[in-house]
Design a protein around this ligand. Structure first.
Ligand SMILES: Cc1cc2nc3c(=O)[nH]c(=O)nc-3n(C[C@H](O)[C@H](O)[C@H](O)COP(=O)(O)O)c2cc1C
Length: 269
């Protein structure tokens, strides 16, 4: 409850930052979280976390940010990843953990769409073999930022019961599942499109991707990683053995999926 209310629900994207520098102590805290505490979605995918403080905006703006706009911030975080199955979902999951850690540390953040992943490496002077999988601008929110919070899908709109499109009987929710599902409904997504849905069953939930012409492949998969982390993190706060997501197919039941939607992953409860 507390983690959902204070961290997940409390955060919102920031597009206006103060000039205050993010200190080395704070960057080290984020790095320590990434190295020592954070859970990953898939074991064994090599990733690297890098921070860029100061003057990278002029170069970065050529290759990140939707609507031709790269948010100006005192710092940027990039997750570089090995390219393998589900590396983008894994990077999104890791970066979301860091974004929520930033909320805990009093920082504000905004994800940025990558328009040219090779350009990001060139802009940042990186020669790694890994690919730039996600970019997040961060720093301290300018108190004069009065942007209204984005409206999110309700739990009813986000969840189905047993099969796609079927109403959910809310009495079937496990008591501790509700905040996890709300954390999914509250997650960041490209342009707040939220092109996904959850099918809830007694023993598992399934993440389903909805068609959306505007969200590109990279952001679509980052979106999935973000919602998977949000669910995991809220469940981790209330259970000693939090459920883990799996990309294995669902073979033991019919989710009733129409042709234009995609099964993404499942999480055994
Ligand atoms: C993968 C991804 C890419 C995004 N790209 C941008 C971007 O380029 N520019 C921007 O201003 N916001 C971007 N956002 C932020 C979303 O617009 C924001 O999360 C959404 O509107 C919901 O608002 P909230 O984060 O305040 O809940 C992105 C978010 C995600 C998850």
């Amino acid at each position: 409850m507390e983690y959902y209310e204070h961290i997940v629900k409390n955060r919102n994207s920031c597009r206006q930052f103060t000039d205050t520098k993010v200190s080395d102590d704070v960057l080290n805290e984020l790095l320590t979280y990434y190295e020592d505490e954070e859970s990953v979605l898939i074991d064994g995918i090599a990733t690297e976390l890098r921070f860029y403080v100061g003057t990278v905006w002029d170069e970065l703006k050529k290759c990140v940010g939707y609507n031709g706009k790269c948010i100006k911030a005192p710092a940027y975080m990039v997750i570089f990843s090995e390219v393998t199955d589900h590396y983008r979902e894994n990077a999104g999951y890791i970066a979301q953990g860091l974004t929520l850690k930033m909320t805990e540390l009093g920082l504000a953040a905004c994800w940025l769409t990558i328009n040219d992943a090779y350009g990001v490496k060139a802009a940042l002077g990186e020669e790694t073999d890994m690919v730039a999988a996600c970019v997040v601008a961060f720093g301290y929110r300018d108190p004069s930022d009065t942007a209204k919070k984005a409206d999110k899908k309700s739990l009813d709109e986000m969840t189905d019961g047993f099969r796609y499109g079927e109403d959910i009987d809310t009495d079937l929710f496990y008591r501790d599942l509700e905040d996890g599902l709300r954390a999914i409904a509250h997650a960041q997504s490209f342009a707040n499109k939220q092109p996904y849905r959850i099918i809830v069953d007694h023993d598992q939930i399934s993440l389903i991707g909805l068609p959306d012409d505007e969200t590109n492949e990279n952001d679509r998969r980052l979106n999935y990683g973000i919602v998977m982390f949000n669910f995991y993190a809220v469940m981790d706060a209330v259970r000693s053995n939090p459920p883990k997501w799996s990309f294995d197919p669902v073979t033991d039941r019919d989710l009733g999926l129409p042709a234009d939607v995609t099964y993404v992953a499942k999480c055994k409860l």
